[in-house]
Write a protein that binds this ligand. Structure first.
Ligand code: NAP
Length: 239
């Protein structure tokens, strides 16, 4: 079966591991990120918050017209600004919302516009976070963006159940993974991020998951019969 995957934030971290494993399994993968450190031919350098991103997604879907399965993995994300409210600069708040909420919603909207009536397997996997489901002091902005993407996924999940050619959607929390994002978290201060010590301990004790094992679990989920049965999920709950 010819399957096409569009993975945002696929230059490093979880997105890079997901895209690499999909490629190794023989799937067609188009990566999107602002940088291309490994000079990959299938990575489109693009900021997901730019108007170009949706146009590029349309082009990709057109290029691979006639495929049996299309999957959009909205993975690009930023954890900044980290800070208890009152310590955060107002001008960085909008950027977090653009990257973590507006961009994945716009890409999902374009994906749905282009594919709603196409007979194929169609899936949207939004990479969420436990930070959107539990409260962490210092993550007022980040946690809120992830809660927003969860709720967006719930609404689209309900809408799609009523369609004749439905699109599966899930917002999935990937666990706690040893990527650059964790380095950013560990470099914050206990004043701006009170749970800092817990995150320093995760690294010290070696309890962080690797991007590769996380990618395996995300791919297993998106390709399983469970995909499309629930609007939110957590890789840590999977057997
Ligand atoms: P990461 O290592 O910091 O990688 C982030 C990726 O997103 C990079 O490829 C980056 O590429 C891309 N990106 C960031 N801003 C972008 C933009 N404006 N346009 C296009 N691409 C952009 O982060 P990660 O840990 O792999 O996180 C991936 C996802 O998992 C995020 O949504 C994050 O919130 C979520 N998550 C992570 C953890 C964790 O413990 N790591 C836990 C829960 C959830 P460029 O810099 O090249 O653009």
């Amino acid at each position: 079966m010819k399957e096409v995957y569009i993975v945002t934030g696929a230059s490093r971290g979880i997105g890079h591991a997901v895209a690499t494993q999909l490629e190794q399994r023989g799937h067609t993968v188009v990566r999107m990120a602002r940088s291309n450190p490994n000079e990959l031919d299938n990575l489109i350098e693009c900021d997901v918050t730019s108007e170009r991103a949706a146009e590029l997604l349309k082009d990709v879907l057109k290029t691979y017209e006639g495929s049996e399965a299309y999957t959009l993995i909205n993975n690009a994300g930023i954890v900044e600004p980290i800070g208890v409210m009152g310590l955060v600069e107002n001008d960085v708040i909008a950027r977090a919302i653009e990257v973590n909420v507006t961009a994945p919603i716009q890409l999902a909207n374009t994906f749905i516009q282009q594919l709603q009536n196409v007979k194929a397997t169609k899936r949207i996997m939004n990479i969420s976070s436990g930070a959107g489901r539990k409260t962490y002091d210092g993550w007022g902005v980040y946690g809120t963006t992830k809660a927003a993407i969860d709720h967006f996924s719930r609404i689209v999940f309900d809408e799609q159940k009523k369609m004749t050619q439905p699109i599966d959607i899930v917002a999935i929390a990937p666990g706690i993974i040893d990527t650059d994002m964790q380095t950013v978290i560990r470099s914050s201060s206990a004043e701006s991020f009170p749970p800092l010590q817990r995150f320093l301990d995760y690294k010290e004790e070696g309890t962080l998951a690797t991007p590769e094992e996380t990618a395996e679990r995300l791919i297993a989920y998106v390709q399983s019969d469970r995909m499309g049965t629930e609007p939110t999920a957590d890789v840590r709950d999977l057997s």
